[in-house]
Ligand binder design. Structure first.
Ligand code: ZN
Length: 390
């Protein structure tokens, strides 16, 4: 089967102009200004008619099995509905546990990861959770990465947070080395996704690990760095020194009132501060809880992160903050694919997987979504089916 998308305004994420894109075998086979082929009934042609063609979005932190529970068992958040991911244009995601690796397990995370893959998305996972020593499936972080296909790294390991294990520099250095070697031996990134909490230490422990143990900052991938202005400034420095930082797209009015910065605003600050644009990513933190704590550290409310926030922050960055589409788009496509070692994702390039979104040229609304060459949503209608759809 061949699919030919004609007359699309292609952002790969770099702007390629109006092009045709030929897809076969789930991959991008050819990109040119005017492709003509004859393949009879094996060819399906779609006229994009000026719609914008972008890579499927890559979301590097999704609590696909749910998260939270900080307010007791009835505050455990629900698992991801794969149709929500499709509607949000997210074709690749990395699942993670979080605070709770006691009543939630890596086995369950693995099962949900594979379910999403069978249903047509591209799902990977981190081994471990907030706590150290890391919980694993095989008994070691290194072996999980080597032996378990969808495991690409470890995380999100908590630092500067009252819910974390308060890891030492040595523990983090060992974890990074273990994950790194696992990645090297299996051709994966072996990245250590770091959950950064609200404590004063911010990202400082990662700099101390670098100084004491000569572990490069690029082994760590800190998220939630838009939690406060002080942390964002610390994140900018971290990226200027060679690391990649992640801004969380899910937020709410309460968190913003407490100092949380929207990902789009955070991106604007970082660009103005001279932070390298290719070392900034957004993730949704979808299905994670957005807890708020009072001055005594007691939970006083919580919401659920949403996978649609990734696309919402893209639209806001471009439409309200006048950030170039190329720059904002890279934060949810090429940059996250690169830091997590998913080299066939996040770009419209010959040989890459055909994970694509067609966007409305005026509103940037998600119109059609393709994953590995198959339409999951076409012209506003979800066509993917789970085992429970008849
Ligand atoms: Zn987190």
């Amino acid at each position: 089967m061949f699919t030919l998308i004609k007359n699309a305004q292609v952002y790969a994420p770099n702007h390629l102009g109006v092009c045709d894109v030929l897809i076969t075998d789930g991959r991008i086979a050819h990109i040119d200004t005017d492709i003509e082929i004859s393949a009879g009934s094996l060819l399906k042609t779609v006229d994009a008619d000026g719609r914008i063609l972008v890579p499927g979005f890559v979301d590097t932190l999704v609590h696909i099995t749910g998260g939270g529970g900080e307010g007791g068992f009835n505050t455990r958040t629900p698992e991801l509905d794969f149709k929500d991911a499709i509607a949000a244009g997210v074709t690749t995601m990395i699942g993670a546990l979080g605070t709770d690796a006691t009543t939630r397990t890596l086995g369950d995370l693995y099962g949900k990861t594979q379910a999403l893959n069978v249903d047509g998305l591209n799902c990977f996972m981190y081994t471990g959770s907030y706590e150290l020593p890391a919980k694993t499936i095989t008994g070691s972080v290194r072996e999980d990465i080597i032996y378990i296909d969808p495991v690409i790294g470890v995380g999100e390991v908590a630092i500067s947070d009252h819910r974390g294990s308060q890891p030492t520099e040595h523990e983090l250095a060992r974890l990074a080395a273990d994950s790194r070697v696992g990645g090297l031996l299996s051709g994966k990134s072996g990245v250590v996704m770091i959950h950064v909490g609200a404590n004063q230490d911010k990202l400082d422990i990662l700099h101390r690990v670098q100084e004491e143990f000569e572990v490069g900052l690029n082994h760590f991938y800190p998220t939630h760095v838009n939690r406060s202005q002080a942390l964002l400034e610390s994140g900018s420095l971290f990226a200027k020194q060679g690391g990649t930082i992640d801004l969380t797209a899910s937020t709410n009015d309460h968190l913003i009132a407490m100092g949380d910065i929207r990902a789009s605003d955070g991106l604007r600050y970082l660009l103005e501060d001279g932070c390298p644009a290719n070392r900034i990513t957004f993730s949704s933190d979808a299905q994670g809880s957005l807890p708020h704590f009072d001055a005594n550290g007691r939970l006083d409310g919580l919401d659920i992160g949403s996978i649609s926030s990734l696309h919402e922050e893209l639209v806001r960055a471009v439409k309200e903050l006048n950030i170039p589409l190329v720059t904002a788009l890279a934060c949810i496509t090429k940059n996250p694919a690169k830091v997590t070692g998913l080299y066939k994702k996040g770009e419209i390039k010959v040989g890459c997987d055909a994970d694509l979104n067609l966007l409305d040229p005026n509103t940037l609304a998600v119109d059609s979504v393709m994953s590995r060459g198959k339409w999951l949503q076409f012209e506003g209608v979800i066509c993917a089916k789970t085992a429970f759809d008849h």
